[in-house]
Design a protein around this ligand. Structure first.
Ligand SMILES: Nc1nc2c(ncn2[C@@H]2O[C@H](COP(=O)(O)OP(=O)(O)OP(=O)(O)O)[C@@H](O)[C@H]2O)c(=O)[nH]1
Ligand SMILES: [Mg+2]
Length: 176
């Protein structure tokens, strides 16, 4: 049996913990703690400080281990630890938040610098009316290499999360 390790990254509040919760067949291991910064506390109450972990069995030969990073930059010491043995990268960004989409490039570069992994980008919260328009999104993402798929998802929907993970697996088989 093979274990494939997939990393989920992206900005603060992009939906990484939600993503793992939706897809994991075990109760996910999370490290969310109360937020200390006043400005961020207004957005939500908890934030990931080390990682989230979930597991998904594809079939008897293949099990996925999914690790999500923390979104706040001060916890990025964990990236080199998480990236060890990883086979694919999923970058999430909040489609209602311009900064989150802008940060995709820096996550791509940060991980590319550690290890060149087949990558998929997924924009979350596309179910919300406050999402940016496709034109606005495309103008921010025009520098992303064209071979990287960009999906639009609702990270609270299991099927959307599954689809994203399957895209990552597909990228992986194309790369090998
Ligand atoms: N409607 C909607 N809500 C979402 C979506 N994705 C995430 N959320 C919600 O957004 C909030 C933040 O999601 P988290 O999963 O905590 O975000 P995170 O990326 O883990 O955040 P940090 O670990 O603090 O960086 C939660 O309330 C999620 O349920 C989405 O696609 N649609
Ligand atoms: Mg989180």
């Amino acid at each position: 049996m093979s274990i494939f390790k997939i990393i989920v990254t992206g900005s603060f509040n992009a939906g990484k913990t939600e993503f793992i919760k939706q897809i994991s067949e075990i109760e996910p291991i999370t490290t969310d703690k109360p937020i200390t910064e006043k400005e961020l506390k207004e957005v939500k109450t908890l934030t990931t400080v080390a990682m989230d972990f979930g597991r998904l069995t594809i079939d008897e030969d293949l099990v996925l281990h999914l690790y999500a990073t923390p979104g706040q930059e001060r916890f990025n010491f964990i990236y080199p630890i998480l990236v060890k043995n990883a086979l694919a990268l999923i970058i999430l960004a909040d489609a209602t938040d311009k900064n989150s989409i802008n940060e995709i490039d820096s996550y791509y570069k940060a991980f590319y610098g550690l290890k060149r992994l087949p990558t998929v980008i997924a924009l979350t919260k596309t179910d919300l009316p406050t999402r940016l328009t496709d034109n606005e999104i495309n103008s921010i993402l025009h520098d992303i290499p064209s071979n990287i798929p960009i999906l639009k998802i609702n990270a609270r929907k299991k099927e959307d999360v599954k689809k994203t993970v399957l895209f990552a697996l597909e990228q992986l088989t194309e790369a090998s």
